[in-house]
Ligand binder design. Sequence first.
Ligand code: ADE
Length: 275
Amino acid sequence: MNYYVLTLFPEMIENGMNTSITGRAIAGGSLSLETVNIRDYSLSGNGRIDDYPYGGGAGMVMQAEPICRAYEDLVRRLGKQPRVVYLTPQGRVFDQHMAEELAREEELIFLCGHYEGVDERVIEEIVTDQVSIGDYVLTGGELPAMVMMDAIARMVPGVLSNQESGQYESFQDGLLEYPQYSRPEEWRGKQVPPVLLSGHHGNVDRWRRDQSLLRTLKNRPELLTSVELDKKDRKFLQSLLDGGEMMNDTDVSDCTLGGGLTEEEEKFLAKLLAI
Ligand code: ADE
């Protein structure tokens, strides 16, 4: 995967991306990163790339021409026209599906805006995908671009080691991840759930699946409506409604997100199980 980033702050992108797992992938060649400083394409030659908005209002707008010149210079060198992702709170909201889809591209160009945004005409001219990373407003597109590049990179062959690729499975089967524990067995009076020490792989797998279901119900219930629930999943969820005496032969006291269900969660679950 080759990333190209059109930005006013190339050092921010380079410092972020050349760190940790993405940094290792760039050094190892499974990712590449090139930043293009839009300021180098300033019309006046003095580095100015923004101007006042027509119609008035606060803030400045990034002008179309420097951005377009930076883009055209890049695609001329590449000899192809990769997709261009513009980071904006007005875009489609980024998720794991979009990350998987974009990971199939060989090249991606990210356009990072600043100030009050960029002249709409350059978006019409060069942008193929407008993407938001969530319903909040940041000061620029650099952090969102890095969020996207990181999530996409995880799906590029060679970026994660075998050990790493098994981690952080949240969303990959539509559920949130189960809790993890490491040594010691007891920490500040808190015990590791006994089932994890039992050595019984079947019970461990079931406990983890149950915990994923429970976490998803508690934190992101809407995700459960798109998950395929098998007989054992349903039995576990039903046991929560019935007071949680036994959950697939696992005592409810092993449940880390205890405290029972709220009325709202019970209503949601009853409806889900009725389907
Ligand atoms: N630029 C500013 N805020 C943003 C957001 N939430 N997502 C993508 N780009 C942005």
